[in-house]
Write a protein that binds this ligand. Structure first.
Ligand code: ADP
Length: 259
């Protein structure tokens, strides 16, 4: 009987994947998934080979945002074929369960699913794999950075104090896990009234930029709070696809070019 301890496998490369960029947030509802989807599409539009791994296991929203439904096939019973739309290759737990079905799994099952989505999905050759993380600082974040070589993380926050406080926790977590932080994005940064053009700062403004400066991190850019962004995501064609020439898509493209 082997008495040798099993060697602990450190972070591994995902076969065929050049860079892994994790998109994180301290709390939910700040637009992490919206940012992930639009950055993925914007990178694909620049000719990059892009995958999106929806690791927001308790609230997978990428199938809806990218307009993808149906079950991924597994012809050999071992590997899984991801689905594709808008130039982006997607894998999500949301594709394995019905949309209104709750994922009621304990931690180990979730971690197994995450590892499967990393290792058994035929991603093909990718320049970048965007990983949409769950909000907060939990198991999925830890498993991802322990199992896969994450090139860097992006932290999305609204300008609000409370969201920024949570964003700082996420930054600390990446620090502890030795994952470089590529920068911060301020979402829902400003709102321009479509009738009168007045600009309002519903959740405040500039907080994430100030935080990034204070923490000596790159500030990647700001995205406005905008009805079309929300409608586009709900409709399954992110604003970077549905209105590629508008200012909102431009804001996402500017950020994508920095990655
Ligand atoms: P998270 O992934 O952080 O939970 P989501 O990306 O799911 O957040 O966004 C939460 C809700 O807010 C969604 O309905 C989404 O369409 C909307 N939303 C996100 N960002 C914006 C924005 N910049 N303008 C308008 N609505 C947005």
């Amino acid at each position: 009987v082997g008495r040798h301890p099993t060697p602990q496998a450190g972070p591994q490369k995902v076969a065929g994947v050049n860079r892994i960029i994790a998109v994180a947030s301290g709390k939910g509802g700040v637009g992490k998934s919206t940012v992930s989807a639009n950055l993925a599409v914007a990178l694909a539009a620049e000719g990059k080979r892009v995958g999106l791994l929806d690791a927001d296991v308790y609230g997978p929203s990428q199938p809806r945002m990218l307009g993808i439904s149906g079950r991924p096939a597994s012809p050999d019973g071992k590997t899984i074929l991801p689905l594709r739309n808008h130039g982006v290759t997607l894998m999500s737990i949301g594709l394995m369960v019905k949309e209104d079905e709750a994922v009621v799994w304990r931690g180990p099952m979730l971690m197994g699913a995450l590892q499967q989505m990393l290792g058994q999905v035929q991603w093909g050759q990718l320049d970048v794999l965007i990983v949409d993380l769950p909000p907060g600082t939990g198991d999925v974040q830890m498993t991802l950075s322990q199992k896969a070589e994450v090139t860097g993380a992006i932290v999305v926050s609204t300008p609000q104090d409370i969201a920024l406080l949570d964003a700082r926790k996420a930054l600390n977590m990446f620090d502890k896990m030795n994952v470089p932080v590529l920068g911060m994005i301020e979402n829902m940064s400003s709102y321009t009234c479509p009738n009168c053009g007045h600009e309002a700062h519903i959740f405040g403004h500039g907080g994430a930029k100030a935080d990034a400066e204070r923490l000596d991190l790159p500030f990647l850019g700001e995205i406005p709070l905008d009805l079309d962004i929300r409608l586009a995501s709900d409709g399954g064609a992110p604003i970077t696809v549905s209105k590629p020439d508008g200012p909102q898509a431009g804001a996402f493209r500017t950020i994508a070019r920095k990655l």
